[in-house]
Write a protein that binds this ligand. Sequence first.
Ligand SMILES: [Fe+2]
Length: 146
Amino acid sequence: MLVDDLKTFLGTSYAYFTKAWGFHWNVEGTNFGELHDFFAKVYEDTQDSIDKTAEFIRTTDEYAPGSLERFQELSQIAGQIKIPRSRLMLTELLADTQTMIDLSKQLFQSAQQEGREDIANFAAERQESHGKYAWQMTSYLKEARE
Ligand SMILES: [Fe+2]
């Protein structure tokens, strides 16, 4: 059901946002400046989408989950309580980004099935954003060609 997909998207986006924000704070190394800014871009964009997702839930006449406990129950990605090295941060967030892409596609399909083109457009935009982040993280992780 569309509203269930929206709730899953909300909880997972919250976990993803929190992880990117933590990585923004704690990243270290020679790429510090670039990665600090990159993780900021990811969490700021995701934060904006969280509000939109919750408000879409309200347009279905259901209440939006609004607690860390509920977000954790709903999230499809695990949190990170340790401080990984920058390369592991990228590897982990890349895998989570793939989950965000998969959830965006699922949301797009259920929105279309229920005639909610507004939500389908939003889901397509999320797929585009996360697709860009996946490309950028993959590029960071690749060894430079000689
Ligand atoms: Fe900051």
